[in-house]
Design a protein around this ligand. Structure first.
Ligand code: SF4
Length: 602
């Protein structure tokens, strides 16, 4: 065991900034990360045990106890529940013989739940030893468990033809479908990979390139919508020993899966976009930060990178441009939604807990390893290639004035054709529902749990930064769904699980809101509860990052647009006034856990 641990640490040059990679390998190769591993890591990397444990305890896919030779992570997202997750849970418990959270006595199989794994177009789904199994049925569960017990390799099970599953590439080793339903400029098959790098870039200075990107008015596709050209310009001007290009492929917003499909179907486009960004900012290295749920893509993506190096699209003097040296490596996350926030992602890449940093300084000045860094989304990099190919002016003819270009949507839930759709910004929700075959719709969640829940009277609204902004997650709920019990409650539990815990507001308020919602659902609510929910949602805005600031949105948004559902739950004729003191409650909770509340901080 000691030798294995030492080898893994050496694999990453005893570099403590690579702690996350070491922990991932330890977890995969040993099945858990125990005290001996922590001690060896601490001694070799000259870190305290507490520092190692801080990182170790932060990520969902790390464990200090064995989780079984075969670890089954069943998706717990809203969409998974809509498509039979509970039936699959029961089937797994019956076949395996233990409850969720437990491992069989012989240590063979462990059952665990996990947040959205990016398969909302093919639920219910689970990850077993990094292989993805979609569209599960009780019979398939029975068969899988039998095969596992019979000793059949998981790679074989993951690729055997079942249902309509098609393996897009042998190296993916998982039957995950790429449901592309509508193509636009990014998903188009017209583009000849590498042509911008090899023919356009040699004729452009970095300054001209940035000017073209600025002229396109493209804004980041990850959700925040910051103008990409300005970000690149700031980074190019920032002084540093090295400049980094990071591709944020940590799509963890429940209901989102577009980046998974872009990376499966158009990986060359994404990597080419990263190299273009490298040229623009004077970048030395590109890093794709890929969520651990997509670990099954590792060999496939490494193979794509290798082929690009052979074509001199990565490496030294790319496209014959003297001094244009740029290569890309893949960094995996380990299961933490908050790492989608760019500074938390950078912390994670440096081997730490994925806690968002205070800003300024912004990553463009001091990002990865304190060097100037740009972080852009998968879709942004893919889109950039088409902009540089055709010019910024060409790009502005798509979309609207304040939201140029196209947007790739991940659409799931109650519709006939779940999948990804590339549409021009400005598309209405009503057209979108018609496009995907969604009828008798009660509500649409735009932008995932942190976004907005709208009802039919708002289906005239349009997708765009000035109206319904979205990173791409769209979940449709039919009339048969219980919005508060099945949707809002699930979303609140998601935020509670995913808070990094550093602000008292984000650590406490979602819990209080969830409990209040349960009280209402239990039939014990009174009118004052609704006012308090509203106030608490406002308090959350004082949180440090977007996760906390939007963690109350499921309640606030449903309270605004579906208030009648809450009112139907209220006890009638009950007077209620307990004079609740919010500040005192937060202070009390913080005293209890030994933390300082952040009210004064903001
Ligand atoms: Fe962490 Fe939440 Fe604060 Fe963000 S808002 S820093 S996730 S505690």
């Amino acid at each position: 065991m000691e030798q294995n641990i030492t080898q893994i640490i050496r694999r990453y040059g005893n570099d403590k900034a690579r702690l996350l990679d070491m922990l991932i390998d330890l977890q995969e190769e040993l099945g858990f990360i125990g005290t001996q591993a922590v001690e060896l890591l601490a001694d070799t990397l000259h870190m305290s045990h507490a520092d190692i444990n801080q990182t170790l305890s932060f990520y969902h896919f790390f464990s200090t106890e064995p989780r079984g030779k075969f670890t089954i992570y069943l998706n717990d997202s809203v969409v998974a529940h809509m498509f039979g997750r509970e039936t699959i849970r029961k089937a797994l418990e019956k076949e395996v013989g233990v409850s969720f959270g437990q491992v069989t006595a012989d240590g063979l199989i462990g059952l665990f739940s996990t947040a959205c794994i990016g398969m909302s177009d093919q639920e219910p789904a689970a990850i077993i030893n990094n292989k993805v199994f979609t569209k599960l049925t009780p019979y398939r569960v029975k068969e899988l468990v039998r095969h596992i017990r019979d000793g059949r390799p998981i790679e074989e099970l993951a690729t055997e033809s079942y249902g309509d599953g098609k393996n897009p590439h042998p190296l993916l080793q998982s039957l995950v479908s790429s449901n592309i339903r509508r193509k636009g400029m990014v998903l188009s098959d017209e583009y000849d990979y590498g042509s911008v790098l090899s023919t356009k870039l040699p004729k452009m200075t970095p300054e001209k390139l940035i000017a073209e990107v600025k002229h396109s008015h493209i804004r980041g596709r990850g959700g925040a919508g910051f103008p990409t050209g300005f970000k690149w310009e700031f980074c190019r001007r920032a002084k540093g020993e090295k400049h980094y290009v990071i591709c944020n492929a940590d799509e963890g917003e429940p209901g989102t899966f577009k980046d998974r499909i872009i990376l499966t179907e158009k990986p060359e486009l994404v990597f080419e976009g990263m190299a273009i960004a490298g040229y623009a900012i004077g970048g030395d290295e590109g890093i794709l930060y890929l969520r651990y749920e997509y670990r099954y893509m590792r060999e496939y993506l490494e193979d794509v990178l290798q082929k690009m190096r052979k074509r001199h699209l990565l490496g030294k003097n790319i496209a014959g441009i003297e001094g244009f040296d740029f290569d890309i490596r893949i960094q995996f996350g380990a299961g933490a939604y908050v790492c989608g926030e760019e500074s938390a992602l950078i912390e994670s890449m440096e081997g730490k807990r994925g806690e968002p940093r205070d800003k300024p300084p912004f990553p463009v000045e001091r990002g990865y390893l304190n060097q100037p860094t740009i972080v852009n989304n998968v879709e942004t990099f893919a889109t950039i290639v088409r902009i540089v190919e055709n010019g910024g002016e060409w790009f502005t003819q798509f979309g609207t004035e304040d939201s140029t270009g196209t947007k790739i949507l991940s659409i799931s839930g109650d519709c006939l054709f779940p999948g990804i759709y590339e549409v021009n910004w400005g598309f209405t929700i009503a057209d979108m529902l018609d496009m995907v075959g969604a009828y008798e719709v009660q509500a649409v969640q735009v932008g995932g749990p942190s976004g907005t829940l709208i009802g039919p009277d708002e289906f005239y609204r349009t997708l765009g930064y000035s109206d319904l902004s979205t990173g791409g997650s769209i979940i449709i709920f039919g009339r048969q769904r219980n919005l508060l019990k099945d949707v809002v409650l699930n979303f609140m539990n998601f935020f509670i699980d995913e808070s990094c815990g550093s602000c008292s507001t984000c650590r406490i308020m979602p819990l209080m809101m969830r409990d209040k919602l349960v009280k209402l659902l239990d039939g014990n609510g009174v009118a004052q509860d609704l006012d308090e929910l509203q106030q608490w949602g406002t308090v959350l805005l004082a949180s440090r990052c977007g996760l906390g600031q939007t963690a109350g949105n499921p309640v606030i948004s449903s309270l605004k647009n579906f208030r009648y559902l809450y009112e139907e739950l209220l006890q009638k004729d009950v007077e209620f006034d307990q004079g609740f003191d919010l500040q005192a409650a937060v202070q009390e909770s913080c005293d209890y856990v030994g933390r300082v509340p952040v009210f004064s901080h903001h």
